[in-house]
Design a protein around this ligand. Structure first.
Ligand code: SAH
Ligand code: SF4
Length: 382
């Protein structure tokens, strides 16, 4: 069985996974702790179990950051918490606004590594595109993140922190009943979420908890480039919506575009999808398909795609390729996208074309990349 924390050796050329960072003042961040962990914490402090529930409500329900605000706890207890613990957010290095309303945060972790998080507003909702790793060990040819050398898994605190920061920005603790700006989460930022499964799962459980941030599993989509063995497990344990980055319908081409295909080829990937629990017309798998001019956008490709996914409750999301500096591909023509989409729709699958958002600030799908790299010792000190 694949260890979800460790990417397969043949596909992880960079053995640079770093340990989780610790904070300068030595205090432990409570964000990212599970209910059980908070319970254990109070137990060791000799406090009753209901304190954990209280604290959970303050941190994840009300967005409190200061123990002083938690007035239903004694002053003594608050002082004790303050001594060893903190309720932190990631540090924002930069916040960029696109002309279309998309926001991109550049976040700096305590160890200096950086990630990006993107908020995409729609008229009546908004999705936060959350990162799961610094960089990505996979090197999909069309993806900017895949060109970043340094990779480490994000901790649950860093994953949940992205969501909390977004709620802070829009003042949604608990916020208005309607017209919320943060209604959906897509695990489609930097990194392969199923290569960091344990941390992603822990973070999503916190985000879904009904007495906290309470974003329902139906409004959370996990996108994977195809870590087949973990797909059914993610479905059983988390029950979130699934998106598969398919991008090619033949193994020879997918081997090039999505190198993970060499390990888990298309047939194995689709077999895993068929095992995803509780699929129905209301809970369909999204197949993501980036449209690359002259590479994967022919009518024959479209016909093969519908043959592959026949019988699956599925929809196909066509993503016009978003270019980045030095990218080796071009976006398909509108005509090719329309023809492709028509074939998929005629076969009974919904086939929306994803409107690129935030391209002007390099916030669109596949454009995320930070400068994170490991400091190398200079020659003089080697
Ligand atoms: N690693 C995960 C999730 C992050 S990528 C995955 O690959 O699924 C989110 C989506 O953006 C994926 O479908 C990915 O294939 C797509 N993508 C990557 N680079 C892109 C680009 N340059 N243009 C359009 N979509 C891209
Ligand atoms: Fe990684 Fe996904 Fe980009 Fe591939 S598309 S390099 S899996 S982030």
């Amino acid at each position: 069985m694949l260890d979800p924390q460790i990417s397969p050796p043949s596909l992880a050329p960079f053995k640079e996974a770093l340990p989780a960072p610790s904070h300068a003042d030595g205090r432990t961040n409570l964000v990212g702790m599970s209910r059980e962990e908070l319970g254990d914490l109070f137990k060791t402090m000799g406090e009753p179990a209901f304190r954990a529930k209280q604290l959970w409500g303050w941190i994840y329900g009300k967005g409190a950051r200061d123990f002083a605000d938690m007035t239903d706890m004694s002053k003594k207890l608050r002082a004790k918490l303050e001594e060893g613990y903190a309720v932190r957010r990631p540090h924002v290095s930069r916040l960029q606004d696109s002309i279309d309303g998309t926001k991109k945060w550049l976040l700096r972790m305590p160890d200096g590594q950086e990630i990006e998080t993107v908020h995409i507003p729609e008229d009546d909702r908004g999705a936060l595109c959350v990162s799961s790793q610094v960089g990505c060990t996979l090197t999909c040819k069309f993806c900017h993140t895949g060109t970043q050398r340094l990779v480490r898994n994000l901790t649950p605190e860093e994953i949940v922190g992205q969501v909390m920061l977004c709620k802070d920005t829009f003042d949604e603790w608990p916020g208005p009943e309607t017209n919320r700006k943060l209604t959906n989460i897509v695990m489609m930022g930097m990194g392969e979420p199923l290569f960091n499964y344990e941390n992603v799962a822990k973070a999503l459980r916190i985000i879904m908890d009904a007495e906290g941030i309470a974003i329902s599993k139906r409004r959370i989509t996990l996108s994977t480039s195809g870590v087949a063995p973990l797909i059914p497990r993610a479905g059983e344990e988390l029950g979130v919506m699934l998106a598969i980055s398919l991008h090619a319908v033949r193994d020879d081409l997918r081997d090039v575009l999505v190198p993970l295909n060499k390990k888990y080829p298309i047939a194995e990937l689709l077999a895993a999808c068929r095992k995803y629990p509780t699929l129905s017309n209301a809970r369909r798998i999204t197949f993501e398909y980036v449209m690359l001019k002259g590479v994967n956008d022919s009518e024959a490709d479209a016909r093969e795609l519908v043959r592959l996914i026949a019988g699956l409750p599925a929809k196909v999301n066509l993503i016009p390729f978003n270019p980045w500096p030095g990218s080796p591909y071009e976006t398909s023509t509108q005509g090719a996208i329309d023809r492709f989409s028509r074939i998929v729709m005629d076969a009974g699958f919904s086939s929306p074309v994803r409107t690129p958002r935030g391209r002007d600030i390099l916030a669109a799908c596949g454009q995320l990349k930070t400068e994170s790299r490991r400091e190398r010792p200079s020659r003089a000190t080697e």
